[in-house]
Design a protein around this ligand. Structure first.
Ligand code: C2E
Ligand code: CA
Ligand code: CA
Length: 570
């Protein structure tokens, strides 16, 4: 009897426990349901064949797809990458894919998934979350289009030009054809612009565009780099073709332009470089065409010049410059300035950028743009990068030792340096040397550097991030990648290029671009910095657009470390 009671007691205790357990489960399920309902994300599951078989709240029609179908339409990564991940049953995060829903509408989704395994370890399928990102993608497209065309002439702008150039050269490398690059500059354009006014200047640019394109072949691509500078890409053309065209264009410019009832004479100077004869590197090809154009101008304008060995003086200048840079490194002719970055609304220092300077004993101050290009032609740029990093970290250390509050410091790393095997080791060893946490620093790279997509670039980006450094994308809008694509490089910050900030006051289009970039950046969780802010109006427009952080002469030019110390003490 006693035993039975005890058993009964045991049983009811078990029932009570089971009931409590059930209640807990019901509550926890309700809690998760609340979370799920509150979130814009929905859940999906696939079977072991990767067929999607259950979604909660996802877009209608998704369950007739498989993950393999979605991989074919992957935007954030290549299809092969996504397929490989799926085949290896690995987890994936934030893959952007598209599919056509039941109504025939294209929907863009961001999905993350985790493999599920049975108790015996066999693969059972995927389980994950998804979100509709169609609006973000649309916004991204808009930014891309606006950012790639010149408003006045409707020609592709600098960013699209770079894209076209690289494309043309890649193609020529396969087919063995030549590519000609023509660099145009209108003679005395500035004078006409200044004397007759901007409206006349604008008209002249439009008419000049027309005269050039009328003479060109249908396949030639004319782009406006900015101001009165144009470039033309001639694919599959010989130097003789280029010669003929250039002469035709120069003749076409000998007739005066009718502008605001006035006859205006405006000629053009043209420089030509040839791939692969002059160089195989796209950027150098532009530099060479530019140098040849400069030579044509020196020769008295209204003329053209091919980049050839008769421009050897240039090669000499480069060699001199290279030796000069080597010398500058050993003789301490380099120094670093710091430019404050401000949180616009609070007028507070939130960071600074280290900018390199060269004081040449005879030539005086040489701006970085003049020598960095040359340093980038050799591994000299790696030495420069290391030098700047060392000097900057030493300065941070001395500020910290004085008990100052130091905000984040950004350092520029060149595209070429990002391809170096030893970059991350260098970054880590310099921060180590001065006992500085990588979290205090941000590595600035241009989007151009990421287009290489080489394995070393990928590895370096990952390791820079893993080491704890922030990553900032410089000059955004000048290259041609989209923010969506950049997201996969784990970029933390995007710097809106000075050319857009410059246009904020005068160009409605630039205002739209900047607003769209900020909206997209926000949606993707990126920090934004407006660069080259020179006046209150630009600052106000940026702030209204939602761009919090700014940098520019309006707040401060790049300054000596001593002056920066005063900012830090404030
Ligand atoms: P960046 O990285 O885009 O740097 C910003 C440039 O804009 C700096 O020119 C700065 O002085 C200038 N700037 C800042 N605020 C204003 C403004 O309100 N208006 C105008 N018009 N300009 C402004 P800087 O110092 O001559 O540098 C030019 C470029 O040289 C840099 O462009 C960067 O690409 C490169 N550079 C500078 N230092 C380094 C370095 O240490 N390493 C590497 N790899 N590149 C560097
Ligand atoms: Ca920079
Ligand atoms: Ca910049």
């Amino acid at each position: 009897m006693k035993i039975l009671v005890a058993e009964n007691n045991e049983n009811s205790k078990e029932i009570i426990e089971l009931n409590e357990e059930k209640q807990r489960l019901i509550k926890s399920e309700a809690r998760f349901r609340d979370f799920a309902e509150a979130s814009a994300d929905w859940f999906w599951e696939s079977d072991e064949q990767l067929k999607i078989n259950a979604t909660t709240g996802g877009p209608a029609g998704l369950s007739s797809y498989s993950l393999t179908d979605l991989a074919e339409a992957c935007h954030s990564h290549t299809s092969n990458e996504m397929l490989k991940t799926l085949q290896e049953h690995k987890r994936f995060v934030d893959y952007v894919v598209h599919f056509t829903d039941e109504l025939g509408k294209l929907a863009y989704l961001r999905i993350s998934g985790k493999p599920v395994f049975e108790d015996d370890g066999s693969f059972a399928g995927y389980r994950g979350v998804g979100r509709d990102v169609s609006e973000i993608v649309a916004l991204n497209r808009k930014v891309e289009f606006l950012a790639s065309h010149d408003e006045l002439t409707g020609l592709p702008n600098r960013s699209l030009f770079r894209q076209r150039l690289e494309h043309a050269i890649a193609k020529a490398a396969r087919t063995g054809q030549q590519v000609l690059l023509l660099f145009f500059d209108l003679d005395r354009f500035k004078l006409i612009n200044d004397t007759l006014g901007h409206e006349a200047g604008d008209q002249l640019l439009i008419m000049a565009t027309k005269r050039i394109t009328e003479k060109a072949r249908a396949t030639d691509i004319l782009c406006r780099l900015g101001g009165d500078e144009f470039v033309m890409l001639m694919e599959g053309a010989s130097p003789q073709d280029g010669h003929r065209l250039v002469r035709d264009i120069i003749t076409a410019f000998s007739t005066p332009f009718e502008i605001l009832q006035q006859r205006v004479y405006c000629t053009t100077s043209i420089g030509v470089s040839v791939y692969p004869d002059d160089t195989q590197d796209p950027q150098t090809l532009v530099v060479y065409a530019d140098l040849a154009m400069y030579r044509a101008k020196q020769n008295g304008r209204n003329d053209f010049e091919f980049y050839t060995s008769n421009l050897n003086f240039i090669a000499h200048q480069w060699l001199d410059m290279e030796n000069g840079i080597r010398h500058a490194l050993t003789e301490n002719q380099f120094f670093v300035l710091f430019q404050p970055q401000i949180e616009n609304d609070k007028n507070q220092l939130v960071g600074m950028e280290a900018l390199l300077r060269w004081r040449h004993p005879e030539r005086g101050l040489i701006p970085p743009l003049e020598f960095i290009k040359i340093a980038e032609q050799s591994s000299l740029i790696n030495q420069i990068g290391e030098w700047v990093m060392d000097v900057t970290c030493a300065k941070i250390r001395s500020w910290l030792d004085k008990g100052l509050n130091v905000p984040r410091v950004s350092v520029n790393i060149s595209a070429r340096h990002l391809r170096s095997e030893s970059l991350v080791k260098m970054l880590n060893s310099v921060t180590d040397k001065y006992g500085i946490s990588p979290q205090m620093m941000c590595i600035e790279i241009t989007e151009h550097a990421l287009l290489e997509e080489g394995d070393t670039v990928k590895k370096n980006m990952r390791q820079i991030k893993e080491a704890g450094f922030g990553i900032s994308l410089d000059d955004f809008g000048m290259g041609h990648s989209s923010l969506l694509y950049l997201k996969r490089w784990a970029v933390d910050e995007v710097k809106i290029d000075r050319s857009f900030v410059d246009g904020l006051v005068s160009s409605a289009e630039d205002r739209v671009i900047v607003k769209a970039i900020v909206a997209l950046g926000d949606a993707l969780g990126l920090q934004l910095v407006g660069e080259g802010v020179e006046n209150q109006l630009q600052a106000d427009i940026l702030s209204e657009s939602g761009c919090k952080n700014v940098q520019g002469y309006f707040y401060s030019p790049p300054i000596e470390a001593k002056e920066m110390e005063i900012w830090l003490k404030r």
